[in-house]
Design a protein around this ligand. Sequence first.
Ligand code: G6P
Length: 476
Amino acid sequence: MLAGHRLVVVSNRLPAVIRQDEDRWEVAPGSGGLVTALEPVVRANSGVWTGWPGCGGEAPVEALLDQFGERRGYRLIPVPLDGKDVDGFYHGFSNETLWPLFHDLLGHCQFRSSTWQDYQRVNSRFAEVMSRQVGDNDLVWVHDYQLILVGAELRRLGCRNNLGFFLHIPFPSPDLLRRLPWKEPLLRGLLEYNLIGFQTLRDRRNFVNSVNLLDDVQIIARKRYHTLLQYRDRVVRAGNFPISIDVADFERRARAKEVDEAAWFLHENLRGRQLILGIDRLDYTKGLQQRFLAFERALEICPEMRGRSSLLQIVVPSRTLVPEYQRHKELLDREVGRINSRFAESGWVPIHYQYRSLDSVQLLAHYRASEIALITPLRDGMNLVAKEYCACSIDNNGVLILSEFAGAADQMGTDALLVNPYDVDGTAEAICKAFHMPLEERQQRMRRLRQDLRRNDVHRWVGRFLQDLVAAGRVS
Ligand code: G6P
């Protein structure tokens, strides 16, 4: 797949988490789909992974990462960030400007030139650290919105390698992007890559329509999976590559005895009730407030659900230092309290709301124990929870309710119940429909969802991207 090239990966977070346990420092594998997908490839060709170790300068970062890298079979190179960097680059421009803008939530955006400066400075720092690692024949793969300018900074440092970029979140329409005072340097930054990957065709089109407004960009060809652009003297390829999960691994782990027991126990506590599951990072893009309102409405229009169904919502703490996230948590706490106090009866609570993360056994047990998954982001690059839920529905009897604004809807829209999360009544009707769906229909839909998922797992995603990156060729 790599045709003899070594792979250099860069992402904002490294695939390792450094923690302090009393006075000892520890390093553990990071979680998430990207790590599962890329680690085997980086390991197999003795590649390098660069990123922010996520902790301050007090930890012995290099020694811990060397130790970790030796165990895992590849090298990890840290890009240390100080408090000011984290504030302006990570909390600020990445998460208060790009994140809401790219998720079509303009009202949540802050536009501050000071954080834009921080973003440029930190992207350039990432590039400097990387340039010391990158050899002539290496392929470079940059991940996500925090690091858009790394490619341009590498070019500035004289790097002529094949550079690929993958955006894990959506790409906004040209009209929305116009609001960003720094759209042009950002678009030109993207055009420094040989290959730019998006989750969906819509994201790719939004990008192509945006760069098409620049006077030195021409569209040369539109193909099924990519568009070729002429940018100055170079050809740039923009493609769509929907990310996925390690389906076989999820299926295998979901069958484990400990998961089976944990799932039984979960359901035993809620005997005779259908469990509706939501699992999300605490983020205003996830549509949690609208989801609670839709569940409340479902209890009104479908009173037979009262006492016979509960929404189990796990909210994983995230970006807790960003004020917008703190305000959102307060809003959700209030909403759950209001709905529960309206409907709860002795022995039944409509919404079980937990603000914490789950370990792997508990996560899989929750997937297995739930009859319905309610995944209703206002906008989402892909949403891997939807895919994980289906992979773990090993009895094929789960129903997936999915937002039409999640990237996953492109592949799962036929057999999931698609909803518009802004339409509270419509989502409530889908919840009632799922609650009443006969077993045979559930099984038919879930079987098809899982078959498709097995064909399109994360290994295929990595393979397709890297194959295209190799084909994209060196800068002439
Ligand atoms: C999304 C982004 C990732 C990011 C993750 C967690 O999935 O696409 O780049 O790492 O959220 O957010 P955090 O800010 O904690 O890294």
